[in-house]
Design a binder for this molecule. Sequence first.
Ligand code: NCD
Length: 301
Amino acid sequence: MQHLVRAQELDRETIELLFSAADHLSHETTMPHAGKILASLFYEPSTRTRFSFESAMMRLGGNVLTTENAEVFSSAVKGEALEDTIRVVSSYADVLVLRHPQIGAAERAARVATIPVINAGDGAGQHPTQALLDLYTIQRERGTIEGTYVAFAGDLKHARTARSLAYLLGKYSDIRITFVSTPALRMENDIKEYLDRHAIKWSETDSLENVVEHVDALYQTRLQTERMQATSPARHPSRLTRELAERMRPNAIIMHPLPRRDEIPPEIDALPQAKYFAQASYGLQVRMALLDHVLTQQIDK
Ligand code: NCD
């Protein structure tokens, strides 16, 4: 793996390698990459993704160059093209983590970079490392990925995390997926076509009530209002209530990439199914495993 731009580029073997490495990486500091530098270039807001990447790099013994508001604090403000920024940053660091509001930005960066580029979200496109930690959460919390019935709920039109996770689930067998959203926020056809090609059974419904008691994992997403026209709904169309959550199977899990708004009210946090904070914490060890993998490959070359 040179770059990680799209989730579908990850094969099962690499995913399994990363997950077994993540199992053994704890919050204890290990130092295999002393002297290496990660550059994190974020043109969109982030808390978990940027901090967990930077923490992961530091725990691996490396250092970090960071701009958390690259739209304002990088030369983008002077009109520099993304490609030029990436070419230059390539010569200062060993791995680059990029978040950008435009679909395809990570791919453009990977074309000109001379170091590995990791896509940390390209607009409404993809967010493959979030999908990795989401899939890892299913494995850790349920013991297996195969045979899982997953409902994706909310703003599926703009949720890059849901798109990337659907791509990864397409690599496993006996998966069922239901997309829960209102017609205006449906999952895009490219994902549905991919699932068809991989013989994954999927369906679509407007209401969580129709599926909540049957699923093994509920993947709730927020309304991505920053990607919508002003006329779009302000209130979440498939909000999880405590009453609905209590109808879930005892061993089902509730996931959310976070940040959440009103789509999962805080009174759900105490239920045994609520796994979204555990999910966020797995981000550290999954990103440690990924950075270790990418940096080790660089040395082997
Ligand atoms: C997600 C993102 O940025 O796409 N957040 C994250 O990385 N954990 C989800 C979101 O912003 O809604």
